[in-house]
Design a protein around this ligand. Structure first.
Ligand SMILES: Cc1cc2nc3c(=O)[nH]c(=O)nc-3n(C[C@H](O)[C@H](O)[C@H](O)COP(=O)(O)OP(=O)(O)OC[C@H]3O[C@@H](n4cnc5c(N)ncnc54)[C@H](O)[C@@H]3O)c2cc1C
Length: 381
């Protein structure tokens, strides 16, 4: 599969599977197994995996385009997909000697969904500082942890779990492990009933003395933090910005449709024909949305050709995109008035989903804190 085929497959699935069900799944808080099946069948679950594992070996440019395409139809499914691709990249980067080949093969074959379980109730959005600590046994570790939000909880076939290393001395001395669904001691803490991204099953999960064999330890002891920073963070921020772009594009399209179809019968005009103020606000939405695409392209360029400014761009892109998505969807709510408020247009789902970008770690506030420190030459952690 090349770039064009990947994006075209994503578009076909978005139109055939995601669009017809997005509203209903959002309302019911229902995880779309059909969407994941469809993505697996066309090879999109193995998008970035090397060919040796049955993947397509495609890069951040294709990942961003696929994610934006899915998010335009259903941001919940897009975020499930994002978490899976990040988990797959982390598993593929496992330390030599680990026993993850069967999982990678299943991901490449499109029959295994994975996700990240980093955030903990104790350290909240500071995902880089797990408060749980793995206990060393002979040939395994045991983990007891309270994971606060896990996208695809109860639906994924595996979970990339962080925990403080058995002999970790500081908060960032973490290790990453692969925990397979069905492992003894792993449980989902209830149904997900969020304000936005309601169809992505982001429930809490508990690990109670959960045993992980050494072969499923993904990083060396205390090397989890570096993998979070170098493998996960750049792709997560790119993908989160791409979800925001998809949401903005959907908001512009839905607003334009409403302004063309809703009418003042007594004036004989559509809303868009009648009111310059609505046209001006739509124009601002369009400008902001189109401004986001080159920002994402610039980040892709930095990821493809890393340089001194790359980490700054990684931090900036998610913070900026989260704000744009909130602003564009807020304007859409205002422009479409009572019709948006009464849920006739689908815009209120976009408005709710857009807010997730700012609270998903690293949050917009934390990113600003990091960016400010980076500009001043202060250490980030
Ligand atoms: C829909 C959804 C899906 C998620 N999926 C996953 C997942 O799959 N895996 C996973 O590991 N996690 C996931 N999370 C968790 C997410 O990444 C965050 O950890 C979580 O949203 C943080 O919420 P909190 O209430 O604990 O934030 P808190 O840490 O309590 O933050 C509260 C406020 O303080 C601000 N703040 C915190 N620290 C600082 C700082 N240093 N400087 C300035 N401001 C600060 C925050 O920005 C926020 O506004 C998900 C969350 C959501 C909402």
């Amino acid at each position: 599969m090349n770039h064009e085929a990947a994006v075209s497959n994503a578009r076909e699935i978005a139109e055939r599977v995601l669009v017809p069900a997005a509203g209903q799944n959002d309302k019911a808080g229902r995880f779309s197994t059909e969407a994941i099946d469809a993505l697996g069948k066309v090879g999109l679950l193995g998008l970035m995996l090397p060919a040796e594992h049955g993947g397509s070996g495609l890069g951040p440019r294709t990942f961003a385009a696929v994610v934006a395409t899915l998010a335009e139809a259903d941001a919940s499914v897009a975020m499930v997909y994002v978490m899976h691709v990040l988990a797959a990249a982390t598993i593929a980067a496992a330390r030599p000697g680990s026993a993850v080949a069967p999982v990678l093969k299943d991901i490449g074959a499109g029959r295994h969904l994975s996700t990240l379980a980093f955030s903990e109730a104790g350290s909240r959005s500071h995902f880089w500082a797990p408060v749980s600590r793995a206990r060393r046994n002979s040939g395994s570790v045991s983990i007891t942890a309270k994971k606060s939000f896990v996208t695809s909880a109860g639906h994924a076939q595996s979970y990339v779990v962080s925990s403080l290393s058995p002999d970790g001395a500081v908060a960032t001395d973490s290790t990453l492990y692969l925990v397979l669904a069905g492992a003894r001691g792993l449980s989902v803490g209830g149904a997900w009933d969020g304000m936005g991204l309601r169809a992505n099953a982001s429930s809490p999960m508990a690990l109670e003395d959960c045993e992980v064999l050494d072969g499923l330890q993904l990083t060396d002891d205390k090397a989890g933090f570096q993998v979070m920073l170098n493998v996960v963070l750049p792709l997560f921020n790119l993908a989160s910005a791409s979800v925001s772009l998809g949401i903005c594009r959907a908001a512009v399209a839905a607003t334009a449709t409403h302004l063309k179809t809703a009418r003042f019968e007594h004036l004989g005009q559509s809303l868009g024909e009648s009111l310059p103020t609505l046209r001006a606000q739509l124009a601002t939405m369009q400008i902001d949305t189109d401004g986001l695409a080159p920002r994402i392209d610039d980040l892709i360029d930095h990821l493809e050709r890393p340089r001194e400014t790359t980490m700054l761009r990684v931090l900036e892109a998610k913070a900026a995109a989260g704000d744009v998505a909130i602003s564009v969807t807020s304007t859409a709510m205002r422009v479409c008035g009572g019709a948006a408020f009464a849920k006739h247009t689908g815009i209120e789902r976009l408005f709710r989903d857009a807010h997730a970008g700012a609270v998903m770690a690293p949050t917009g506030d934390v990113l600003r804190e990091f960016i400010g420190k980076a500009v001043l030459g202060l250490p980030l952690f």
